[in-house]
Structure formats: C-alpha cells, structure tokens
Design a protein around this ligand. Structure first.
Ligand SMILES: Cc1cc2nc3c(=O)[nH]c(=O)nc-3n(C[C@H](O)[C@H](O)[C@H](O)COP(=O)(O)OP(=O)(O)OC[C@H]3O[C@@H](n4cnc5c(N)ncnc54)[C@H](O)[C@@H]3O)c2cc1C
Length: 365
C-alpha cells in the first residue's frame, strides 16, 4: 500500500488543476473513477470565459484567471451579448447596476445594435449589453495542460479508481476503490464535482448540500448560420444562450437547471424540445439539423459560490467543490488559491486580491 501526503478525489478540471498546483510540494495521488479524466462535467461545458458569469462574487476569480488563460493560449476572442426585449430594459439596467463595481467590463448598446452582431436575431430582441472581452476556452487543452503539469510534478494519476470507502487511520485516511485497491494518505481533497457530498459522507464529514443541476446543450445546424466569429449571446432573463460552433453549426442551451442526483447525465427529450421552441422565438432561422445533444451537471453550494478550504470538523478533509457553471473559466485562480490555502502558503500576484474567507466551508457554520 503506497503512502501519499494528499489524495485528490476527481480528475476533472478541479482535481487536475489542484494537482498541478500542489504536486511539486507534496506527494500527491490523483484518483479518478472513470477511464478518462474529464468524462463528466469538464468534458461537457459550453467552453466560454464570460466575466459576469456566476455573478459579481465570481468576477474576481474569473478576472484573476484571465492572464493565465490568455498567456497560455487557451482563449479565442469572441465577445458576448446579453440581450432582451423592450420590456426587459429594467433587467438590463439592473445588470449594469449589479456589476458596476465588480471589475467586469461591458457597455450598453443603442437599441437594435445587437442585430449587427447576430443578423438572424429577431427584431424584438432590441436591447443589449456588449462584453468585448468574452472568449472561447480550449477546455480540453487546459485540462491536458494541468494533467501534464501534475504528472511532471510527480503526481500519480490512477484512473478507474472509484473510491467507495474512506476510513480514518491514525492522523490520515485509508481509501479503498470499488475494485479493492487501497491507499494510505495523510489528507484528502474532495474535487469530485457532482459527487462532492457523497465523498464527504464517506469520510464522515458533514455534506454541504452541494446540488447537481442538469443543463442541456444542443448542436444545431441553422439556416442561415450564425456568423462564424459571432458572439456568445445570452438572454438577460436567463432562458437561453447560444454561440457559433463551426461554419454552419451552433451550440444552443435552454439554460435549464434541473436538480438531479449525481450521475452520467443524459439529455431529456422534453428539455431538447423546449430548447427548439425557444430557438424559434429568438432566431429567424431554420434549425435544419439537430447534430448532437448532451447534458452535464453543474454543482452548486447553497450560496452558489465555490467551496475552497479545510473542513473544520473533519481534520484532513479539504473541499474543492461547488464550481457550478464557472469551473473552467475560474480554474487557474481557484486552483492557485486552493493550493495556497491547502499548504498554508503565501499568496502571489494571481490570488492576492481574492478573499479566501468568502469561499471557505466555514461560512456554512
Ligand atoms: C452544459 C454545461 C456548460 C458549462 N459551460 C461552462 C462554461 O462555458 N465555462 C465554465 O467555466 N464552466 C462551464 N461549465 C461548468 C464547468 O464545466 C464545471 O464547473 C467544471 O467542469 C467542474 O469541474 P469538476 O472537476 O469539479 O467536475 P467534473 O469534471 O465532473 O470532475 C469530477 C470528477 O470526480 C470523479 N469522481 C466522482 N466521484 C468519485 C469517486 N468516488 N472516486 C473517484 N473519482 C470520483 C468523477 O468521475 C469526475 O471525473 C458548464 C457545465 C455544463 C454542464
């Protein structure tokens, strides 16, 4: 039985990025239930960096991650539009007020200017806020980058290792996988996404009500297609978003949030039908072919902020969970902060302005 300082459970974006951050300092074991790390939520995202996404409390994490993502070549500029109808003007005003001091960069467009960005947008969607800095993220590239960095730092990745037993052993833990392999580790980091509460229960820690919410995505071939370099377009009321994916196809989501137990999420027919209904209300285009549909789980703590820090009641149990709908775009700063909190290490330029207390599990009492 091998000994490690730290086992990270889950090798999605959260676990991989944390492993890369702490690998050079600790003997780290990265355990993943699936054959392929990234099979669950990380591999199912809409792949954008949109600085207001997740609300003003998430903006600092997204902004702090920007330079790392840009310098690493993981961002492709796209721009984003929040749109509404004339009756939604108050919602656009409220958005501007809510994010005014957040550090996010945006501007209100004159009425009917949105159609210059999205020519097939129906005329009633006349109101818009423009975010020039929104970009696509190369999610697979970023995930691989972190897995490679972790490996180079000596982290041992073990796949097909579904942890089903976690027991106290001395000051540390003894872990057992479904196929009977065992590891002895000093500490445990819970980066298991939708399974975060289940892992806490296995370890005898108090679950934090981290709820997986299912979201549906469609890849649609539309006639006319969106301009290839067109923006990510989001409803100010939160009922849809879409963006071009290739010359002819686009990604479209009805922005659904259905509470479900952790699972290998699959799209519901009803959610796909609802998405196509919304498509018709928003775009003057024919959805000529539904090329692909998928669903993923966005997992949120009750206050929709990530949970980063040691569990005060379960010594040696570290939370890195609740990344919700922003776990890719915040990964660099969130993982850097998590690594520093975990090792009780000095902050650096990336994390200096972040308030770790806001993300601590201690906020749940
Ligand atoms: C449709 C959709 C669109 C999204 N769009 C965006 C976006 O545009 N931008 C953005 O920033 N974010 C987006 N997100 C959110 C983002 O994808 C997530 O926040 C992020 O992927 C979460 O990463 P994770 O590592 O926590 O979870 P996961 O990728 O799910 O990783 C958790 C891992 O833990 C493993 N695991 C669980 N239990 C065990 C166990 N017992 N033993 C061993 N391993 C275990 C699982 O197998 C899994 O691989 C989107 C999400 C969805 C669903």
């Amino acid at each position: 039985m091998a000994n490690f300082d730290l086992a990270i459970i889950g090798a999605g974006m959260a676990g991989a990025s944390l492993a890369a951050e702490v690998g050079g300092h600790l003997r780290v074991l990265l355990l993943e239930a699936e054959e392929m790390p990234g099979y669950h939520t990380t591999g199912r995202s809409a792949a954008f960096w949109e600085e207001c996404y997740g609300g003003p409390e998430i903006v600092p994490l997204s902004r702090a991650s920007e330079a790392y993502l840009r310098d690493g070549g993981f961002l492709s500029p796209r721009g984003a539009l929040y749109i509404g109808r004339s009756e939604d003007r108050a919602k656009l005003d409220a958005f501007e007020a809510r994010f005014a001091d957040s550090g996010a960069r945006f501007e209100r467009l004159p009425s009917a200017a949105a159609q210059a960005h999205v020519p097939s947008l129906r005329a009633e969607w006349s109101e818009a806020i423009w975010q020039p800095h929104c970009a696509d993220i190369d999610v697979a590239g970023l995930h691989q980058h972190y897995l490679k960095a972790a490996s180079a730092a000596g982290v041992e990745l073990v796949t097909r290792a579904r942890i089903e037993s976690i027991e106290r052993e001395g000051d540390g833990w003894r872990l057992r996988s479904a196929d009977g392999r065992e590891w002895r580790v000093g500490a445990l980091a819970n980066a298991s996404g939708a399974w975060a509460d289940q892992i806490a229960e296995l370890a005898g820690a108090r679950p934090l009500s981290i709820q997986p919410l299912q979201r549906t995505m469609l890849q649609v071939r539309a006639d006319p297609p969106l301009p290839r370099t067109g923006p990510l377009t989001l409803d100010i009321s939160g009922a849809f978003y879409f963006k071009p994916e290739s010359a002819n196809a686009m990604w479209f989501s009805p922005h659904d949030e259905t509470p479900v137990p952790p699972s290998d999420a699959a799209p519901e027919e009803l959610a796909v039908a609802q998405a196509l209904d919304i498509f018709a209300q928003v775009l003057d285009a024919e959805p000529v072919k539904l090329e692909r549909t998928w669903a993923g789980l966005r997992s949120f703590a009750p206050d929709r902020k990530p949970v980063i820090g040691w569990d005060a009641r379960a010594p040696g149990f570290f939370w890195f969970a609740g990344q919700g709908g922003f776990g890719i775009q915040t990964a660099p700063a969130a993982a850097r902060l998590a690594g520093q909190v975990l090792r009780d290490a000095q902050r650096d330029e990336m994390t200096l302005a972040l308030d770790a207390e806001r993300f601590s599990p201690a906020r749940f009492g």
